[in-house]
Design a protein around this ligand. Structure first.
Ligand SMILES: Nc1ccn([C@@H]2O[C@H](COP(=O)(O)O)[C@@H](O)[C@H]2O)c(=O)n1
Ligand SMILES: C[C@@]1(CO)OP(=O)(O)OP(=O)(O)OC[C@H]1O
Length: 158
């Protein structure tokens, strides 16, 4: 059996917050705003995984009104989601992710993100791809008001 899921998330860039993407802290003058650590990429992957198992989205599992998730480490949220996948008997086929950001340059951090996501999904880094694109200065990402991310995930049950 195979199941596919896709995710999309956006967080606003603001001063005075760390920039955490794909579980990696990136040195930058701004960070992402959210109830949790606002890791836009891990949220996107979690949503794609939840989509693949037909379990809604991260807002349903971790409400942003619940103080328990204030400043939450998104890696822990993704691990919780991954436990649901394992309970259903699935493993990762592959995941493909895109970060949409005008700045900063993600390229130096992509390999680390890939390894971190693979670790969280109990898979080999070869099963995870992370890409980045600007929007050529267009739109809210182009104006550096926020960063978006997309992911597609394939799960396999043998
Ligand atoms: N925040 C980003 C955005 C892009 N990259 C890398 O640059 C390449 C060119 O980006 P375009 O938007 O001009 O297509 C892209 O393929 C990425 O490799 C990046 O590292 N960080
Ligand atoms: C992760 C949660 C929970 O702390 O909060 P945020 O960091 O605001 O993230 P979002 O992508 O808006 O949705 C899920 C939330 O419930």
């Amino acid at each position: 059996m195979i199941r596919i899921g896709q995710g999309f998330d956006v967080h606003q860039l603001t001063e005075g917050r760390p920039l955490i993407i794909g579980g990696i802290e990136i040195p930058y003058e701004k960070g992402l705003l959210g109830h949790s650590d606002a890791d836009v990429l891990l949220h996107t992957v979690a949503d794609a995984v939840l989509g693949a198992i037909g379990e809604g989205d991260i807002g349903r599992h971790f409400p942003d009104t619940d103080p328990e998730f204030k400043d939450a480490d998104s890696a822990k949220l993704l691990q919780h989601v991954w436990n649901l996948v394992k309970e259903k008997g699935y493993k990762l086929g592959n995941a493909d992710c895109t970060i949409i950001a005008q700045k900063p340059k993600m390229a130096p951090y992509i390999a680390q993100m890939r390894e971190r996501i693979a670790f969280l999904l109990e898979a080999d880094p070869s099963q995870v791809n992370v890409k980045a694109t600007t929007t050529e200065k267009l739109g809210f990402t182009g104006r550096q008001e926020g960063i978006a991310a997309q992911a597609a995930v394939l799960l396999i049950k043998e």
